[in-house]
Design a protein around this ligand. Structure first.
Ligand code: HAM
Length: 386
């Protein structure tokens, strides 16, 4: 028997669509428009955006050479493709803000476990063209609204990574600290000292964390503007009554972030507890060859929240069934009309009344409408509410 690949699965749960519908409605209510980008992109796009030193690019890409000799890979995340498209369609030149939402599969060759898959789905948004901290608040508020509508409890963690003004001098301080403790750090962190020192801050290794708790913190080293924005961000969240915690080690696993980073966490789903992540990436458009354009966004991990969505099994729609074959065309005609505004299922097989009612009940329909010989003669239905 051929089975789905390890870490990939069929989606048979209607909650998947409920998440999509809810997130889409909220994003559109915030003034965001739909974008769909290809699942396959040039590998260099992710190397340059997500970062060559990141685990995603280093270890987790579904990368191959296609028949034309191009180095391509299945997208591990959505932001890079949206940025590529933004530049390719010259929205960076137009200079006016653009706000997109998207939904689709992402691929990371990770070790599968609960909540961690090799194919998973993200609902994401990306806002281009505004550096205002109030857009960061809009974005976080949108994610919070989506979770609220879906009945999901969360903890929001925020941090600031600073900007090109304050980040380099902070990095120097951090590297100095890391070099002083080099021998006590794990191999990965030793490598990161030169490649990407701030990634040491979220090392999962407990002994590294014990040392890093005394490391200099970026939030204590922000420039005036970044500091004032970080304060405005917190005040904005307070005024919207969105609870948050500051996590000074929240640097995220993708290299493109500047200033605000955030993550939504659930304590109900085990070790893979991040249900959404995002932040500001003011330099990425320029880095990928576009005109400098500030940007901010997030992505929700759809599979991670499936079990958290309330499963209200409301009865819905109409089940129509026939006791004799001659009644089926009559039923189909009525069903076609009723479907203009209702869900109507027509059972194509002849069954007894009892069997029809049982099927309608099992299918979670609200109403069963059955036609036998008598009903057909009168042009009527036998109607039962379930
Ligand atoms: P990310 O944190 O890598 O960010 O992924 C976002 C969310 O996708 C995670 O919080 C998690 O819920 C889900 N996720 C990630 N990996 C897996 C996996 N292997 N299995 C199941 N779910 C997973 C990004 O991808 C950024 N592009 C977000 C962003 C948008 N930043 C700015 N704009």
């Amino acid at each position: 028997m051929i089975k789905a690949l390890r870490g990939m699965k069929d989606i048979l749960d209607p909650k998947f669509l409920k998440i999509f519908d809810t997130a889409r409605e909220v994003a559109e209510n915030y003034g965001f428009e739909y974008i769909e980008t290809p699942i396959l992109e040039e590998t260099s796009l992710f190397k340059r955006s997500v970062g060559e030193a990141s685990d995603i690019v280093n270890k987790e890409m579904y990368q191959f050479i296609d028949k034309g000799g191009n180095d391509v890979c299945l997208r591990p995340e959505g932001t890079a493709g949206v940025v590529r498209s933004f530049i390719e369609h010259k929205f960076d030149r137009a200079g006016s803000p653009k706000r997109f939402w998207y939904f689709g599969p992402m691929f990371r060759y990770e070790r599968p476990q609960k909540g961690r898959f090799r194919e998973f789905h993200q609902f994401g948004v990306e806002s281009f063209g505004t550096s205002s901290i109030y857009e960061d608040i809009n974005i976080i508020s949108m994610a919070a609204d989506i979770f609220e509508r879906l009945g999901i409890e969360y903890t929001l963690k925020i941090n600031s990574l600073g900007c090109p003004k304050c980040m380099p001098s902070y990095k120097e301080k951090l590297v100095e600290f890391l070099n002083e403790h080099k021998n006590e750090l794990c191999e990965d962190c030793q490598r990161r000292i030169n490649q990407n020192p701030i990634r040491t801050l979220d090392c999962k290794n407990q002994s590294c964390q014990a040392i890093l708790k005394d490391a200099p913190k970026i939030t204590d080293n922000l420039c005036e503007e970044c500091n004032s924005d970080f304060e405005k961000l917190q005040n904005g969240l307070k005024s919207l009554e969105i609870p948050y915690e500051i996590d000074k080690h929240l640097v995220r696993g993708l290299d493109y972030y500047t200033k605000t980073t955030f993550e939504f966490i659930s304590n109900k789903i085990g070790a893979q507890s991040a249900i959404a992540g995002g932040g500001r990436y003011d330099r990425l458009v320029e880095f990928l060859g576009g005109k400098p354009t500030p940007a901010v966004g997030f992505a929700i991990g759809v599979e991670r929240i499936m079990d958290l969505v309330e499963d209200k099994k409301e009865r819905k729609g109409i089940y129509m069934g026939a006791l004799i074959e001659e009644a089926i065309p009559f039923i189909q005609k009525h069903a076609k009309k009723a479907r203009e505004d209702k869900k109507v299922f027509v059972e194509p097989n002849i069954k007894s009344l009892k069997a029809h009612l049982k099927a309608a009940d099992k299918g979670n329909y609200k109403i069963a409408m059955i036609v036998g010989e008598d009903e057909l003669k009168k042009g009527e239905f036998f109607i039962k509410e379930l």
